[in-house]
Design a protein. Structure first.
Length: 397
């Protein structure tokens, strides 16, 4: 009998993790059986990609832009990304500083694969985006987590990150604004951290996927804030801000030597993203002001509804996130954990929310509610959450 054998990398990917999606999988099962479930768990924009981008992509398909493209990305898109960077940053950006990937996930994977060997240490603040876990597992990285505690509303903590850096640390990866907490680093914090990492000979990677979904103040990129860019990498993309998650379009901006490595990585693993997708992305970046603002305004108004309603429910609390697509709700007064709360909320009221623990220990007493849902569904979910917490139906924990 043949016994299949797999690589260490695949074994690492296969290792058991907290089952992030267990509650949501059960919610889908219930919905499949005809139950009226309200989903507040996904981070996929519930808007259609704006029509002008669709039209542009159709037109490019129509003229045969369906062939291979350069490994680093189509010049028109690399130019559009570089132009944006140059406009907002004191450091000019050239298309040669940009590498295009099929989505932010692949950009993160490529960057970390080029920067670290298996077993090497990366420092990452938590709560952190769930998607980092399989990437770090696949690359067999030694992840040193830095807690951003709930008591500070999970605020970005430069001091704690600096203290976590050891002689073994090869890279720090931050996320600003953060999924799930909405926390944002200030320009001063980014500048200080970049300078410290440079001094310690450590890469600083910044995942800025929510850079265009900010409510209180504008996002400042690590690349804009840092004084020296030699150790700095910024990752961004169109999945969230442009409701283009399914187009798979992200990028990394870095200095020449890393760009060369990333291009080789992209050449070996992807061999170029689709031409028509990249051209539509370039178009989207040039003509996006109106629809990005519209979607951001909708997220802001949904955030305000959630925050206002939660503040009126006894025993639940939340802060108003200044960015991103999520609200973190503290359930510690009514449940043993976010997991227990999410499970019994689904049982009792058929609302699906994500438990906080898989994002990091600091979020274990929280659940994550998405802003990527229709206002009427958000209101319906909040009615049910209120009933759940205030009535006898709560069996959380
Ligand atoms: C913080 C963060 N980074 C990266 C990604 C992945 O982006 P993409 O869908 O473009 O792969 C996500 C998606 O949820 C995210 O929240």
């Amino acid at each position: 009998m043949y016994t299949p054998r797999f690589s260490n990398q695949s074994d690492a990917l296969n290792q058991a993790e907290a089952d992030v999606w267990a509650v949501s999988d059960r919610a889908h099962e219930l919905a499949g059986k005809g139950e009226d479930v309200v989903f507040l768990c996904v981070g996929d924009p519930n808007f259609d990609t704006p029509e002008p981008i669709l039209d542009f992509a159709r037109a490019r398909l129509g003229v045969g832009r369906t062939h291979y493209s350069p490994a680093a990305g189509e010049p028109v898109l690399r130019r559009a990304i570089a132009d944006i960077e140059t406009r907002v940053s004191p450091h000019p950006c050239s298309p040669d500083d940009v590498v295009v990937f099929p989505g932010g996930t692949n950009a993160i994977y490529g960057v970390l694969a080029c920067l670290l060997n298996p077993g090497e240490q990366i420092v990452i603040p938590e709560p952190m985006y769930i998607g980092y876990v399989p990437i770090c597992n696949a690359l067999r990285l030694d992840v040193r987590k830095v807690s951003c505690p709930a008591e500070t509303n999970f605020a970005f903590d430069t001091g704690a990150i600096k203290r976590a850096i050891t002689d073994e640390t090869r890279a720090v990866m931050i996320n600003t604004p953060v999924n799930p907490t909405g926390a944002m680093a200030t320009p001063e914090q980014l500048r200080e951290l970049a300078a410290y990492c440079l001094e310690r000979g450590v890469w600083l990677v910044s995942d800025e996927m929510y850079s265009m979904i900010t409510f209180a103040r504008h996002h400042t990129s690590l690349r804009t804030a840092a004084e020296n860019l030699d150790n700095v990498v910024v990752i961004d993309g169109l999945s969230k801000s442009h409701a283009m998650s399914g187009w798979r379009l992200g990028w990394a901006v870095a200095r020449g030597p890393l760009v060369e490595r990333l291009t080789q990585f992209a050449g070996a693993t992807i061999f170029g993203c689709p031409q028509f997708v990249q051209e539509a992305a370039a178009f989207a970046l040039e003509f996006d002001a109106y629809f990005v603002r519209q979607m951001r305004d909708a997220y802001r108004s949904r955030r305000d509804i959630i925050v206002e309603r939660i503040s009126r429910i006894p025993s639940l609390s939340c802060y108003s996130p200044e960015a991103g697509m999520f609200v973190m709700v503290d359930v510690s007064a009514v449940a043993d954990s976010g997991q227990a709360f999410a499970e019994s909320l689904l049982d009792a009221e058929r609302v699906s929310v994500l438990p906080g623990a898989p994002f990091g220990a600091s979020a274990a007493n929280h659940v994550r509610l998405t802003l990527a849902a229709e206002e009427k569904d958000i209101r319906r979910a909040l009615d049910r959450i209120e009933r759940f917490v205030t009535s006898g139906s709560r069996r959380a924990g």
